[in-house]
Design a protein around this ligand. Structure first.
Ligand SMILES: NC(=O)C1=CN([C@@H]2O[C@H](COP(=O)(O)OP(=O)(O)OC[C@H]3O[C@@H](n4cnc5c(N)ncnc54)[C@H](OP(=O)(O)O)[C@@H]3O)[C@@H](O)[C@H]2O)C=CC1
Ligand SMILES: CCCCCCCCCCCCCCCC(=O)[C@@H](N)CO
Length: 301
């Protein structure tokens, strides 16, 4: 219905989790390219500072940046964002859902409050927000994009991520449903599968992350949030539906193609064949690391 090209200039982009990390980096990147942005997160003081910083990057007279402080895991707050947009007659061109949190730890050591937080921040913020915004993205007036943030972890869930991986798999599945349902409205739905990148959230999760988890995910060295945002924006401009931010993420995505959208069809199909041959070996190696560690722990006791 609409062209594939994603021209940033003049668009209105609403970004959840826009006060730090990837969300903030995306806000700055898009603003620098001429977009108007609205950032949303819970903490007003952080949002105010971000708005000031973004304003410094202004490209033209009438460029617009604003914020809404809202806890998007509460539906009333999502409705409040809807009211703010409609009152101000602001029609978003794109929604980017970046709010998310990980508490990597052995399952037995995870407090139930952290499990709830994982469900609320990773899953509910995305699903509730999209639900509340639907009237604004189904008007068929222009090309619109919905961007959801999953993780490489959705392609391969492993030791230490029991609080987080199921939620990111859920976000992936939600995105797949939305991609179908919003097709008649000309809304392109993109899902991000980032590998590790530096952010406040990443620093926080590293405080509880088990050594084994760090060892396994070492294959995805953390890039800067700015670099990650640049890759995401370039991929959106190329029309990619599934967006990976590092090589290992792309390889793991290729190993689990299923009926998923693909990029570089033949390369990915070839890799999926390799994956079906050696994938289990990689996992067996990780099982070996786990056994070795538990034996070492037993010796120390
Ligand atoms: N960093 C990494 O290595 C990776 C991260 N990801 C995913 O990428 C996304 C961005 O990650 P990252 O930049 O590290 O995250 P950060 O933890 O650094 O930032 C999270 C943002 O979400 C906001 N937020 C949290 N809870 C809510 C809520 N209930 N309602 C509204 N806003 C909320 C936070 O602000 P406030 O607390 O003020 O609300 C903050 O702005 C997340 O979805 C994450 O899971 C995926 C792969 C790798
Ligand atoms: C031949 C194939 C070898 C495969 C080896 C397996 C490597 C696994 C890498 C997984 C990286 C996961 C990053 C998770 C990021 C994330 O979402 C958290 N940081 C949360 O913020």
């Amino acid at each position: 219905m609409f062209s594939n090209k994603y021209n940033v200039d003049g668009r209105l982009v609403v970004i959840t989790g826009g006060s730090q990390g990837l969300g903030f980096a995306l806000a700055k990147n898009l603003y620098l390219k001429g977009a108007n942005v609205i950032i949303i997160s819970r903490t007003k003081t952080k949002l105010l500072n971000c708005v000031e910083e973004i304003k410094k990057l202004s490209q033209k007279e009438d460029q617009f940046v604003d914020y809404v402080a809202a806890d998007l895991s509460k539906y009333e707050d999502c409705e409040r964002v809807y009211e703010y947009l409609t009152l101000k007659k602001l029609l978003p061109d794109d929604l980017i859902c970046c709010a998310g949190i990980a508490y990597p730890q052995k399952f037995a050591k995870i407090p139930i409050s952290k499990i709830d937080e994982g469900i609320d921040i990773n899953y509910k913020t995305a699903v509730y927000f999209v639900h509340a915004m639907l009237p604004l993205i189904t008007e068929k007036v222009r090309e619109q994009h919905l961007v959801l943030c999953s993780s490489v972890i959705a392609s391969y869930a492993f030791y230490g991520y029991s609080q987080y991986a199921p939620m990111k798999a859920a976000v992936k599945a939600f995105g797949d449903c939305m991609r179908h349902e919003l097709l008649p409205y000309g809304v392109k739905v993109h899902t991000l599968f980032p590998g590790n990148f530096e952010s406040e959230g990443y620093a926080q999760e590293n405080l509880t992350k088990p050594a084994l988890t760090k060892e396994i995910e070492g294959a995805s060295p953390a890039i800067s949030a700015e670099k990650c945002a640049e890759i995401v924006v370039n991929s959106l401009q190329n029309g990619s539906l599934y967006i990976y931010t590092d090589f290992i993420g792309w390889v793991l995505g290729s190993f689990s193609l299923g009926l998923n959208p693909r990029e570089w069809w033949f390369a990915q199909i070839f890799l999926s064949f390799i994956g079906s041959l050696v994938g289990r070996l990689v996992d067996l190696y990780h099982e070996h690391l786990i056994r070795r560690q538990s034996q070492e722990e037993a010796k120390q006791k």
